[in-house]
Design a protein around this ligand. Structure first.
Ligand code: NDP
Ligand code: OXD
Length: 316
């Protein structure tokens, strides 16, 4: 039984099939849209699989998310019980995410959006006010694999970094907050607030007006900045738009959305204070991530334990 089943929508599955085929010589790799023997499937790998794609596989040993997040798996009401779910933890993905977060924090610090506008207006305007990174506080909502790497790299650039987690934890050089009671407290010390955490029943919709009201004025960067690279379900887009229009938020950088792809009718697209990217702050690159998943499969076949198994109770 050496068949890997791929349940992939939203991405082209063929590069994944090719990479898995190369990384698992002698194995059969099938797409869930093709004919296969359910009893032959020992592992499945998924990105937004079709509902029920893995529901009738009697010999399934593990399901791999092809991303760091697993909310797409848990959305499937027919996901089999008791099969371990493994997520991506890989330096390739982590590095991409930190590049995005550090870049957008630096862009906010150096007022790139404002200077872009000056350029288009042919205006030789120098704001003169140029805070240093050490004047700016970045709050990371989520200090897991991705948040910790971003924290370290933001620290190297000189930013003052704070972090928030579900459980109490300590990270050198980072002012830590945790739990529901820590959320308003970290918002209050964040000129730039970065959401880099999973979508779970506890985190849904928590980027809302109530939270933005706790943020400081952040005048040095033209108002507080929200960056969401976690999941669109974390944010209330109507509240973000209202906060941008009232000046409560100075800018928003959004990589993820309540509905993806972002509908053409969304006011976020053309809002002058919003940066939209198409859920690609940290892509899952087939060469790196197929190698990671195949490595885990081969290790499991040798009798070694799976790593980065998620806790279904907490949803991440
Ligand atoms: P981890 O599981 O390593 O870290 C999750 C972090 O979120 C932890 O610090 C955890 O706290 C915290 N957290 C979870 N629930 C809560 C809560 N209720 N209250 C406070 N903190 C909470 O995940 P990763 O860092 O690897 O990835 C984070 C998320 O980033 C992914 O789940 C995914 O949604 C998103 N992502 C987005 C990508 C994109 O391209 N836009 C690419 C990759 C990932 P604790 O430390 O206590 O467990
Ligand atoms: C992920 C993502 O979870 O790309 O890895 O969103």
């Amino acid at each position: 039984m050496t068949t890997l089943l791929l349940g992939i929508t939203a991405w082209d599955p063929e590069p994944w099939r090719t990479r898995f085929q190369n990384a698992l010589p002698g194995w059969t790799v099938v797409l869930d849209t093709e004919a296969y023997d359910p009893a032959a499937i020992s592992y499945a790998a998924a990105w937004k699989q079709r509902e029920g794609a893995f529901s009738a596989l009697p010999n399934l040993k593990a399901i791999f998310s092809l991303g760091a997040g697993v909310d797409h798996l848990f959305k499937d009401k027919k996901l089999p019980d008791g099969v371990p779910i493994v997520r991506v933890v890989d330096p390739d993905l982590t590095t991409r995410m930190s590049e995005y977060v550090v870049m957008h924090c630096l862009m906010a610090l150096r007022r790139v959006r404002v200077y872009d506008r000056f350029q288009r207006e042919r205006s030789w305007t120098d704001l003169r006010d140029q805070p240093q990174a050490s004047d700016i506080r970045v709050g990371l909502l989520g200090t897991g694999q991705l948040g910790q790497d971003a924290a370290m790299k933001l620290g190297v650039m000189g930013f003052k970094v704070a972090g928030w987690s579900r459980r109490p934890k300590e990270i050198a050089g980072v002012e830590m907050f945790h739990g529901d009671e820590g959320l308003a407290a970290i918002a209050a010390v964040s000129d730039i607030l970065v959401a880099i955490l999973p979508l779970t029943p506890d985190t849904a919709g928590f980027l809302n007006a109530g939270l933005f009201n706790h943020m400081p004025k952040a005048e040095a960067i033209g108002g507080p900045v929200l960056i969401n690279v976690g999941r669109g379900g974390l944010q209330v887009e109507a509240d973000i738009l209202a906060a941008l229009d009232s000046g409560k938020l100075g800018a928003a950088v959004l990589d993820v959305f309540e509905t993806e792809p972002l509908p053409a009718t969304s006011p976020l697209w053309l809002h002058p204070k919003v940066t939209v990217t198409p859920h690609n702050s940290a892509i899952s690159s087939p060469p790196a991530i197929a190698a990671y998943v195949a490595g885990q499969i081969l290790a499991a076949e040798r009798g070694e334990p799976l790593t980065n198994v998620v806790d279904p109770k907490h949803g991440y």
